[in-house]
Write a protein that binds this ligand. Structure first.
Ligand code: NAI
Length: 465
């Protein structure tokens, strides 16, 4: 059998130590994998001036599958996350994080078996952020129909492929009515195409509580990016922590597997890191390649090692990374024909492409403008009416200034003036609103307000009472 060539990125911190462990176990297991080493991380930044050199992206492009160690992302400033860059470069829209109890790893539960599928590109991770005033930072939470549909469809396909019973959509559509509302709408539409799989939805705050109290209520979960990030660490906690939580990033024809944990700078170089999560990510990669037999052998060896009490420090044991790795190697079942039953090569996952949608938003009519501006005090001289549009509200932190619902308020130096018309506005009328306001205000952002022909506003209301 021709070996698969897989891009291997060792990464930063504990990355090289746990990568060494995977290389050793895979070699002992005689998996048909040939590693092509590529680099990313802090050392690349020093050497090449970029944390992810083009040669690394080229290697992933060529091999289509990569195993990636953790890389350090500076907080607050510095270079952008390498993971986020790779996910975007290869459109790895689904982040699949299984959470399965491991016998021998002491936790509150011993029967957890969940799969969390997290949207991986959009949401606040689109990284569209601005300073609006010296006191106000804004982050755009981008949720799209094609992006949501791709990950939700992947979750249902995965559930069907693995014979899982239910997919649950986790969201916050009671508050983020438009963005999470869209995610939920996509979920309901796609769920209807999979009548063989149960589906339901739950608010993210309730989901967190239920996961801790009654995790058996869940099976496969699908979430927008930021909630997925947070809830997947909660799920990692249910099975013994970051040291045992694997993950894979799946796109159309590309896949990059990596553990949930980061580069663990506090223990880097000490030889005590737990390689389990990275090994399980590599096992997930073998399943993705169709090498189920090899995947099962390695996972069995790993589980047997943990059950037999050989554990790293983070799991309450005293084995170091090398000792643990050697134990896994010694527990590998022989590569007999029956055990290494590898399925034929799998076709890479492809979502059906969505039909391109009309960009001129058929049936959407412009009925107003929100103009955001920087000011120390609310202006008192805004025109009450511009053409057909009337000043509906002047708001601060999302609430109208004249709202009776709030008493003494701290006003930010960032305001919003909303002009809305009862009837649709022509482009000339929209421009007239902007041209009237722009010279009077130090504006930062403008937002067009749409309404459907049926009279549904496509923007959130301002709290006015
Ligand atoms: P972290 O996951 O690196 O560490 C959190 C805690 O868990 C630490 O106490 C660490 O020692 C422990 N831990 C993590 N993995 C372990 C393992 N395999 N064995 C034993 N203990 C382990 O999270 P932290 O400290 O927030 O982030 C460190 C750096 O990693 C940051 O720069 C962050 O941006 C980056 N990061 C990278 C990721 C990736 O490349 N996929 C994912 C998450 C964070």
């Amino acid at each position: 059998m021709q070996p698969y060539t897989i891009t291997l990125i060792r990464g930063d911190g504990i990355g090289p130590e746990i990568a060494e462990s995977v290389i050793e176990v895979f070699e002992a297991a005689e998996t048909p994998i040939r590693w092509e080493e590529a680099h990313a991380g802090l050392a690349c930044l020093e050497r090449y001036g970029t944390p992810i050199p083009e040669a690394t992206l080229e290697s992933i492009r060529r091999n289509r599958v990569a195993l990636k160690g953790p890389t350090t992302t500076p907080i607050g400033g510095g270079h952008r996350s390498i993971n986020v860059a790779i996910r975007k470069a290869f459109e790895l829209f689904a982040n699949v994080r299984p959470a399965r109890s491991i016998p021998g790893v002491q936790t509150r539960y011993n029967d957890i078996d969940l799969i969390l599928v997290r949207e991986n590109i959009e949401d606040t991770y689109a990284g569209v952020e601005y300073w609006q005033t010296p006191d106000v930072a804004e982050s755009l939470r981008l949720i799209s129909r094609p992006g949501s549909s791709a990950v939700i469809r992947y979750a249902f396909d995965l559930a069907r492929r693995l014979g899982r019973r239910k997919v649950t959509c986790v969201h916050k559509a009671n508050i983020q009515k438009i963005s999470d509302g869209l995610f939920l709408e996509c979920f309901r539409a796609i769920a209807a195409e999979y009548p063989d799989i149960e589906s339901d939805d739950i608010l993210v705050d309730n989901a967190c509580m239920q996961l801790v109290m009654r995790p058996e209520r869940f099976d496969v979960l699908v979430l927008p990016n930021l909630f997925g990030d947070i809830v997947s660490d909660l799920c990692a906690g249910l099975i013994g922590g970051l040291g045992v939580a694997p993950g894979g990033n799946i796109g159309n024809g590309y896949a990059v597997f990596e553990a949930v944990h980061g580069s663990a700078p506090d223990i880097a170089g000490k030889g005590v890191a737990n390689p389990t999560a990275f090994l399980l990510s590599a096992v997930q990669m073998l399943h993705h390649l169709g090498l189920h037999g090899d995947a099962e052998r390695i996972e069995n060896a790993l589980r047997y090692t943990l059950v037999s009490g050989i554990k790293t420090r983070d799991l309450g044991g005293n084995a170091n990374t090398r000792e643990f790795t050697r134990a896994v190697v010694s527990n590998l079942p022989p590569r007999s024909q029956s055990q290494a039953q590898n399925a034929p090569v799998q076709e890479p996952y492809r979502t059906p492409m969505l039909a391109p949608r009309s960009t001129d938003a058929e049936g959407w009519q412009t009925v107003g403008v929100d103009l955001f501006f920087h000011a120390l005090q609310p202006p008192t001289d805004l025109p009450p009416q511009i053409g057909a549009a009337r000043l509906h509200a002047l708001s601060n932190r999302g609430v109208a200034l004249e709202s009776h619902a709030v008493g003494d308020r701290y006003l930010l130096n960032w305001f919003r003036a909303r002009y809305v018309s009862e009837t649709p506005l022509s482009e000339a009328e929209v421009n007239a609103i902007v041209e009237t306001l722009a010279p009077r205000l130090h504006w930062t952002t403008m937002q067009r307000l749409y309404r459907t022909r049926e009279g549904v506003n496509l923007f959130s209301p301002i709290q006015t009472d």
